[in-house]
Design a protein around this ligand. Structure first.
Ligand code: DQA
Length: 147
């Protein structure tokens, strides 16, 4: 059984109470449940994480890279939050591991402030998804299951 990593960056632990007009009312626990259901439908194993620390995200990407090298990774879904717009380190980690990754955003970042229009991650991502709300996580796993 292959593994899907769903990684969430800074402030996503606040889902449910954080700017509900932008991110909705569902919590990160709801997102994890949605991802678990999607993985179960596809016979995939789920690793679900959130951190407010860039280094923790890097460590999980490296771990996904080791699984990838062993042929045990289905793919990675990464919502890097604001690190999307700032982190060369995340770009380097994705390039360095060669993992197949979907960059995901709950909101449509292109309809928001201009500083959200640039992503360091997109250049290394296999696919980019934004604006589907929380259901986007399940759609991303559906896509990974077809890789
Ligand atoms: C986000 C969009 C980012 O610009 C923002 O910093 C987030 C969440 C999203 O899911 O829409 O923290 O990645």
């Amino acid at each position: 059984m292959k593994t899907v990593f769903v990684l969430n960056g800074p402030n996503l632990n606040l889902l449910g109470t954080r700017e509900p007009a932008v991110y909705g009312h569902q919590t990160l626990a709801d997102v994890e449940q949605l991802c678990a259901q999607a993985c179960a439908r596809h016979g995939l194993s789920l690793r679900f994480h959130q951190s407010n620390h860039e280094g923790a995200l890097l460590d999980w990407i490296h771990e996904a890279g080791r699984l990838h090298a062993a042929g045990e990774l289905a793919g990675v879904v990464l919502n890097a939050g604001a690190y999307t717009h700032t982190s060369v380190a995340l770009l380097d980690a994705i390039k360095g591991t060669g993992i197949p990754l979907i960059e995901l955003h709950i909101s449509n970042v292109h309809a928001r402030e201009s500083f959200r229009h640039h992503s360091y991650i997109s250049a290394a991502a296999k696919a980019v998804m934004c604006g589907f709300g929380v259901p986007g996580y399940a759609l991303a796993i559906d896509a990974v299951a077809q890789w």
